[in-house]
Design a protein around this ligand. Structure first.
Ligand SMILES: [Zn+2]
Length: 442
């Protein structure tokens, strides 16, 4: 039996057991470093030694490129300033065993950046994880729950957030804002509705193309600034809610764009008016039983009629007899939805004017107020009917974004949430590591 020449370095215990493989002849011996080179298959990286520690395996590695590259600008720099102490990068586990790469990076005197630490081919400058590890975390975070990601990769969820930010930074297409013509702008609340993120969705692809913390006009102005005047001029339609901040930011920057008010937000105005009427009615009822019955009609009143359960349907059938005021409010809400379902803009305009007159004279103050707001935004509401565009059209994306918000508990800050949104909703295609082309072929 041929004895393999395991090339452990000076720190390691010497392997003495005889190992043969069917592909190796009696005379061929494989060094551990060669074997590990093939196993790891990291581009421009060679393994120079290996050592078992209490935690697993540590591989000593070095870049194969002769001239080191600056960690700041990526240029080759010949002037070496000094060498740092060895540091480790976490790599993918090897057969369930933790695996780290160890290297002493050089510090370089870059003519452009000053003294910087060299760039290594297996990781980003500020990361303690290899690219392969980070991409695997990204792939899993796209596919599965946070518990699975943390457990499988043995990293804290907060660390996953930082890793995802780097993956997104590397993978998000630089031209993601090119060629936008129809966009939807929406706010997303997180941290129990105390904080907001503004999200821009491309209606054509259904992808999130931009996201930033905040929900005021300046937040949105930052998007248009990033877009630049040429790309702003290409935008033909923007769906937004009726907030003054968004309206002013869109009308000053995207001058060619038609503003379309998002149907969901327009209808919510009327839903809120209905709920206000219901609460006022509840307060006027003295009999506790009747009051309780009315209190529990909230969801029945807000739902679309075809989604009602038999119990809710029964409650609403009683409504004209039990509370005529609330029934009037309910009819106003239902007829408003029916108007927006129509497809002829001129008919919708006429019907909306009729509706506003009815609401104003209904004796229901919340509806009179809603009618005034709708009157001020009539063009954008009718534009919805003409174009059929609404943020709900990207409902798949919206639903996904809301799920992501729930997953983001435990991540640090808005930047991690935004990275997670981009990771899952911007069309990034991450592949598991075994599908990658390898530098060393065995
Ligand atoms: Zn540099």
């Amino acid at each position: 039996m041929a004895r393999c020449d395991w090339g452990w370095n000076a720190h390691s215990r010497r392997a003495t057991s005889g190992v043969t493989t069917p592909t190796l002849g009696a005379r061929s011996a494989v060094r551990a470093t060669t074997l590990l080179n093939n196993v790891l298959g990291i581009k421009f990286t060679r393994v120079t030694g290996a050592q078992f520690t209490a935690d697993g395996l540590v591989c000593d590695v070095e870049p194969t490129t002769e001239i080191p590259r600056c960690g700041g600008c990526g240029r080759p720099v010949r002037k070496v300033y000094d060498q740092r102490k060895p540091r480790c990068w976490r790599h993918l586990d090897l057969a369930g065993m933790s695996l780290e790469l160890r290297y002493s990076p050089r510090r370089l005197r870059c003519p452009r950046c000053g003294v910087t630490t060299e760039m290594v081919p297996w990781a980003d400058p500020m990361s303690w994880f290899t690219h392969a590890f980070e991409e695997t975390v990204g792939y899993l975070a796209q596919m599965t729950s946070k518990t699975v990601v943390s457990t499988m990769m043995r990293v804290a969820w907060a660390t996953v957030g930082a890793i995802i930010s780097r993956v997104v930074e590397r993978r998000l297409p630089r031209d993601i804002l090119d060629g936008l013509t129809h966009i939807g702008i929406d706010e997303l609340s997180y941290r129990k509705h105390h904080k907001y993120v503004t999200i821009v969705v491309d209606h054509v692809t259904g992808r999130v193309v931009w996201a930033r913390e905040g929900k005021n006009a300046d937040t949105l102005r930052a998007f248009f600034q990033e877009l630049g005047s040429e790309r702003c001029a290409l935008i033909q339609a923007v769906t937004i809610d009726m907030s003054k901040a968004y309206i002013s930011a869109v009308s000053e920057s995207a001058t060619n764009a038609q503003i379309i008010f998002d149907r969901f937000h327009v209808q919510r105005l009327v839903h809120d008016a209905l709920d206000e009427v219901r609460r006022a009615e509840v307060r006027t009822i003295e009999d506790p039983e009747d009051r309780s019955a009315l209190k529990h009609t909230r969801f029945a009143l807000q739902k679309n009629p075809w989604n009602l359960t038999a119990i809710e349907q029964a409650k609403l059938t009683e409504l004209p007899k039990t509370n005529a005021t609330l029934y009037r409010a309910y009819l106003l809400k239902e007829s408003f939805a029916a108007i927006l379902d129509r497809r002829q803009p001129n008919v919708v305009l006429a019907k909306l004017e009729e509706w506003m007159s009815w609401a104003t004279h209904s004796g229901l103050k919340p509806f009179a107020k809603a009618a005034r707001t709708i009157g001020h935004h009539l063009d954008g509401i009718v534009a919805y009917v003409a174009s059929g565009l609404s943020n709900a059209r990207s409902e798949g994306t919206n639903g996904k974004v809301r799920t992501i918000t729930r997953r983001s508990y435990g991540l640090h800050g808005a930047s991690s949430l935004i990275a997670l949104i981009h990771l899952c909703c911007s069309g990034l295609s991450l592949q598991p590591v075994h599908t990658w082309p390898r530098f060393h072929q065995t």
